[in-house]
Design a protein around this ligand. Structure first.
Ligand SMILES: [Fe+2]
Length: 296
């Protein structure tokens, strides 16, 4: 395995077990420093019937992925008969349950604070579409959503490569958030509370954007638009082979998905207050660097 400063490997093969203790920082400390926790042997095994569901034709052409809201049970993005829909829902829900089990051992202090679980089944090959530069996730970025402000919440994601043909998922992983912000915060346009109020009023955003949301969106856009940063910014390439799992705070860890097909991804939102080191959060780093008096 390639040694990496941003990827921290763990020897674990069972979703329902605790990882063996290993020297160095704890999983929570590594995650909160923006590292990627990597489990090269933690496979999510599909049955033959489930393998037959790995077909991009099952995805609604109007949507990028199939998603399950585990709280409401609503499955979106599927255009097939009810039997296969139920089978997909069961597969996706099993992944959600597995990630909860994993996190209960790995980061037990987070478990009660994780909310808004969304599970995504990604069947398309990366590069099937040519999106606009702003939506192009082959460019290094941190996650920030234009219509869904995150405010005082973090974005925790658990990925698994379920490719049945031996194809890895290739990522690029960028630098720590503190130095990233030093590059992209200067020159950002100021936050305008009246504009944030109006955008919410007009339902352009689901909730009102905070100064933090405004800055994060600019970081996201300025990173993707900066060709020099994309080519020469601090970064490392990493391959996640089939049968591997990886976890990061995607609002903190710069990432770009370069190649791959067939992946499961679990997103959780988590309040800052659940962190062991909230001072490492993007919210606190940006408040310090942008000189914002509060994190509102
Ligand atoms: Fe992303």
């Amino acid at each position: 395995m390639t040694r990496s400063s941003r990827i921290v490997p763990f020897d674990l093969q069972d979703w329902n077990a605790a990882p063996p203790s290993q020297p160095g920082a704890s999983p929570i400390d590594e995650l909160e420093r923006g590292k990627v926790l990597y489990f090269p042997k933690l496979a999510f095994t599909l049955s033959p019937a489930e393998l037959a569901l790995l077909d991009p034709a099952l995805v609604d052409p109007k949507r990028k992925n199939i998603s399950l809201n585990a709280t409401t049970g609503v499955l979106t993005g599927v255009v097939v008969d009810d039997a296969r829909k139920d089978a997909i829902a069961a597969l996706v829900r099993r992944y959600y349950t597995s990630t909860r089990a994993l996190l209960s051992h790995l980061v037990p202090g987070y478990l009660d604070s994780l909310h808004k679980p969304t599970t995504s089944l990604r069947l398309h090959r990366i590069g099937t579409w040519k999106p606009s530069w702003r939506k192009d996730d082959t460019r290094l970025h941190v996650d920030a959503f234009p219509s869904r402000p995150t405010g005082e919440q973090r974005i925790l994601r658990v990925f698994n490569n379920i490719n049945p043909h031996g194809q890895s998922r290739q990522w690029r992983v960028g630098q720590d958030f503190e130095s990233l912000a030093q590059r992209f915060v200067p020159g950002a346009t100021p936050f305008r509370p009246s504009l944030a109020w109006l955008m919410h009023r007009l339902h352009i955003t689901k909730t009102r954007r905070s100064a933090y949301d405004h800055l994060m969106l600019q970081m996201h856009d300025r990173m993707k638009a900066d060709a020099d940063y994309q080519a020469n910014g601090e970064q490392e390439a990493f391959e996640f082979p089939p049968g591997s799992t990886w976890i990061c705070f995607s609002d903190q860890t710069p990432h770009a998905a370069m190649t791959g097909q067939f992946m499961l991804e679990q997103t959780y939102m988590m309040p800052l207050t659940a962190m062991a080191h909230p001072e490492l959060s993007p919210q606190h780093v940006l408040a310090r660097q942008a000189g914002m008096g509060s994190r509102a």
